[in-house]
Each structure stands twice: as C-alpha cells, then as structure tokens.
Design a protein around this ligand. Structure first.
Ligand SMILES: [Zn+2]
Length: 199
C-alpha cells in the first residue's frame, strides 16, 4: 500500500505537549518510497473540516519543527494529500534566511510571475544530509486554502517562493533533484559546509 488514507494515523512517535494536547512526530518518507512520486489528491471540504485533518496538520507542523525543516508536504509523511506547511523561523539548517510565518497551504495552485530563475541551495528531509543548487522562479502567485478553509492569494518572492515551489513539487510527485539542470553541485552536508558554503 502506498500512502495512508487521511483517516488513519501515519506511523510516528506519539507525544504530548506541555498542555497535554496529543501531537506526533511523524515518520518521514525517504527518497525511493513510492509515495514521494505520486501526485497527491486534493483535500475535500469535508476532509478539511474533519478533526483528523486538523490533528494531522498540527502533527505536520510539529514534525517540520522537530527536524528543523522550513517546509513539509503531506506525502513526505506518507499521506498523499495536497497539504503543505512552511515556516522559516530561526532555523539552524538555513541561517541567514528571511523569516516566513507559519503557513498552511491546502490544494495550492502556483503561477510563475516571471520567466526569471534564481539558483540557490536546497535540502530536503526526504533526501537527508545532502544539498544541491536548484533553479526556481523568482516570484510566484500562490492560491490555496488555509487550515480553516479560508482562501489565500498572495505573491511570494525569493527564498519564500523557493520553499513554496519545493513543497508544491512534492505534492506533484517531484523532488528537487528533478529540477537541477546539472548535478555537479550535489553534495553531502559535510562537503557542502567545507567546499561550497557561501558560493
Ligand atoms: Zn523536500
């Protein structure tokens, strides 16, 4: 079986926060797991309003923070649904990056606003310990629903746009390696820090 229907809890570590609310650190699918190559299904209005989906989104946020990710797509935690979360706080994996508030994107649609691409480094929780330089559109329009079902429609640029394009790719069965025009920058994190940092 590939992926878990959203009503089932994915495998993970179940813990409670300081207010005794239950939350989970979910298991992250790694490259090679077929769920990462599927196009995720849209979330229906009924699903969006369900407690199971709300809890799942809470768990996604917790999982992203636990692993110092700046974004996480549902298929990365074995649920093939169009849900992504992103947040750039003070992140040790991405120091010096502009801050992005916690954002939940459901059924996102992305429209490039320029033909201009920008190269920058990316990593991925599903492709551990690696970095590569990836071209991304410099600015995009993002339309989606938030976790309460309200419509979002905004323009993102630079690193913010990059994170969203990375997560949107996941929801469409793609990973950043597919976007690299040339794999010569692909590096393990130790070698990245030693030879590439700042380049
Ligand atoms: Zn990723």
């Amino acid at each position: 079986m590939v992926g878990y229907p959203i009503r089932f809890r994915p495998p993970g570590l179940y813990v409670k926060d300081q207010n005794q609310n239950s939350m989970s650190i979910l298991k992250v699918a790694r490259l090679g797991h077929p769920v990462l190559r599927k196009v995720a299904e849209p979330v229906s209005e009924k699903e969006l309003r369900s407690d199971a989906t709300r809890q799942f989104i809470t768990d996604m946020v917790q999982t992203m923070r636990e692993y110092d990710g700046v974004g996480l797509a549902a298929d990365q935690v074995h649920v093939s649904k169009q849900i992504a979360v992103l947040e750039v706080a003070d992140n040790p994996r991405y120091p010096e990056k502009p801050l992005v508030p916690l954002t939940v994107l459901i059924n996102p649609i992305i429209t490039p606003l320029t033909e201009e691409f920008e190269d920058d480094w990316e990593g991925c929780l599903s492709i551990p310990d690696m970095r590569g330089k990836v071209p991304r559109y410099k600015s995009i329009r993002v339309q989606a629903l938030d976790r309460d079902g309200a419509s979002l429609d905004f323009v993102a640029a630079g690193f913010h746009a990059r994170v969203i394009q990375h997560e949107w790719d996941h929801l469409n069965g793609k990973v950043y390696l597919d976007r690299m025009l040339d794999l010569s920058t692909l590096s393990f994190i130790t070698e990245f820090a030693r030879y590439w940092l700042g380049k």
